[in-house]
Write a protein that binds this ligand. Sequence first.
Ligand code: ARG
Ligand code: ZN
Length: 857
Amino acid sequence: MTETAAQTIHLAEYQPPSHLIEDVSLTFRLDPKATRVLSEIRFVPNPAREDALAGKADLRLDGVQLKLISAAIDGNPVDVTPDATGLTLPAALLPAGPFTWEAEVEIAPAENTALEGLYMSNGMYCTQCEAEGFRKITYYLDRPDVMAPFRVRIESDLPVLLSNGNPVAAGPELAEWEDPWPKPAYLFALVAGDLVAHIDRFVTRSGETVDLNVWVRPGDEGKCAYAMDSLKRAMKWDEEVYGREYDLDIFNIVAVDDFNMGAMENKGLNIFNSKYVLASPETATDDDFARIEAIIAHEYFHNWTGNRITCRDWFQLCLKEGLTVFRDQSFSGDMRSHAVKRIEDVLDLRARQFREDAGPLAHPVRPDHYQEINNFYTATVYDKGAEVIAMLKRLVGDDAYRKALDLYFERHDGEAATIEDWLKVFEDTTGRDLSQFKRWYTDAGTPHLKVTDDFKDGSYTLHFEQETAPTPGQAEKPPRVIPIAVGLLNPNGDEVVPTQMLEMTEAKQSFSFDGLAARPVPSILRGFSAPVILERETSAEERAFLLAHDTDPFNRWEAGRGLAKQVLLRMVTEGAAPAPGYLSGIEALLRDNGLDPAFRALALRLPSEDDMAQTLHAAGITPDPSRIHAARQDLQRALASQLSALLPALYTEMAVPGAYTPDAAAAGKRALRGAALALLTRLDDGATAQGQFAKADNMTEQLGALAALLDIGKGTDEVTAFETRWRADRLVMDKWFSLQVLYAAPEACAATAARLTEHPDFDWKNPNRFRSVLGALPANAAGFHDPSGASYRLLADWIIRLDPLNPQTAARMSSAFETWARYDGDRQDLICGALERIRQTPGLSRDLNEMTARMLG
Ligand code: ARG
Ligand code: ZN
């Protein structure tokens, strides 16, 4: 590996490309060790670049790890010497007008362990080009603002040969594909392998028939039905809700086992991590089904938000990702329950994005500099990016949102756009000035919203104060626009003021409600109307009141959450006993059969240990992960005994009769049943869980039982039985690996993970398997932060080992260390020591180099 000094790319230095591309033709002669790629690319000087028009601009092509065999311009061989990142065609060598560049290069997909570019997974060829993988396939202007139609010819004896667009020719050991829609190179894809298809059809609103294929390895064809069903529902939804139709004759999805991320929206040929495609009741949990539905929809929705309209440069990543996450969240809400989906999304946002925003890796939704763009596929870009769009929609209203989106598609179809373009369609639609709103894109950090109130002469006033702590490189944080949804309840529980959207724009601002007979109880930030941290002195009584009466389901759940955190905080810091008010409030909610079981299951879920560590740190208290773990276990035992009369009944009542179906109603019941089981296990020493494990005909219940047993230190026999039964199923075995680490006792966690890495099936080069052990380690908070430091060392060892092979995944895993500043001096020394050891490793990748530098400051 060559060591190059890290270069920082800045948004402010954006330059249009010297040349544009009119048309691309590629031929692949596939071979594991020596694939030949022939390219024929029609370049034209970019009219936006005077130097190019004047014949004074060199053409710099990106190319990495390529062996150049030959090159020609307009048919005349040229002699060029590539360097480590590409090659330069000097202006003097280039014809004045359009010209054709031809090159033949050789690459070795079987040796590509980084899983970026063209690589092999279980004997099949596949690609991952986003963000900058195409340059590992051939010399090109590998940047998203260069869009072109592609024609691809694949020569191979493998039976299935796929690329983007529509199939135009096929012969023995040969296939040709043509994609008429201009696209950037990051959306290029190629797949070749021994694959079988689960097929179906979709007829668009305008009557065009689209062939749908989900391609998998032979043997997996029985696990594609849910992905296919999700795809068809997503296609219909995008027509109905956004007016967007599909635009090719065929839509292909391929499942691959070795994949760095979740999935990829390549035009007409989505490539997926197999864990987000393959599902059967026996092998996939309810959560897996829900994630498959969401990710299939996400990648499909990219066809318009990402592909037809793409990003001008990688700083604009949130333009496609934030919007597409927002769209897939709305879709899942429509398919299931909006209240439940919102709570789950906020849980995830707080766990990953708030955590990121509070530490050394904080960056704006639209970053303004980077070294390695792969390090910015983050919760901030994706999930906060989606929150920003949700806020925009709240501020302008549903109708204006739809009009603005119509204008966006009309104005920018076929273009590579920016956040400025995006905001402009909203300004033009509504006449609003969004310059202050734009701070949500440019300023990092989570605003704290402090609230006080007073009541006098029938007038109730809420006083808000917003403040955002400095983040790396951004000391000043001017006030943002914050949509605050507020409702007021009467002391008897009736709603006196239904939800209103307050629009806060100042650092300090007050809002009054007049004509009230009594002091109301406020329900603030309903539906989590902005990604902020609400700070308000709230009594346990008031929270219990809202838990019982709030008409906004999110805030009702939030009240229970707030209570649980208050209770846990006092248990950790004062050794207090679990507050009876909390226990009885939760019991009342659980007994309310009018409430959606999925909602009740969420209300019963305690804040995670990491969430508590973050909460304590924010309150100025150094968190002790061991104490947090112990307190949380105590609270679960207290809940179990409070609910001892209810649990067996609830467990029986929530059983879903008949064959397993993955729909939201059945999944919700199983979720509540599983939550009841986890508590019941603490009362019956695991008897019910053991019974369930033995009888379960679906993975949700089998895994739920196993987790419940492991959580009380039992389940040894079940772990063995599970392994025997599922040894041949990679995706199920990932669960087996990860559960043992997740539920290991804190002091045994590192040893458990280390032991599992010795298991013959621990194929560490497979990202899913690597994550199933080394990604589960930090998820066991007390185990990860065990004072011995053994977990820190183990994770660092494995990151160092993975980096030369797969820098992307290694770098992602390193963010487990981002919270080091929360902890006591001893732990800080241990974590920073581990980070320092990674940083000092000779030949470290650019990816990890940037991550460790940001974390260590
Ligand atoms: N665009 C893909 C998605 O969100 C993510 C691909 C990211 N891959 C990467 N190597 N950075 O669906
Ligand atoms: Zn995406």
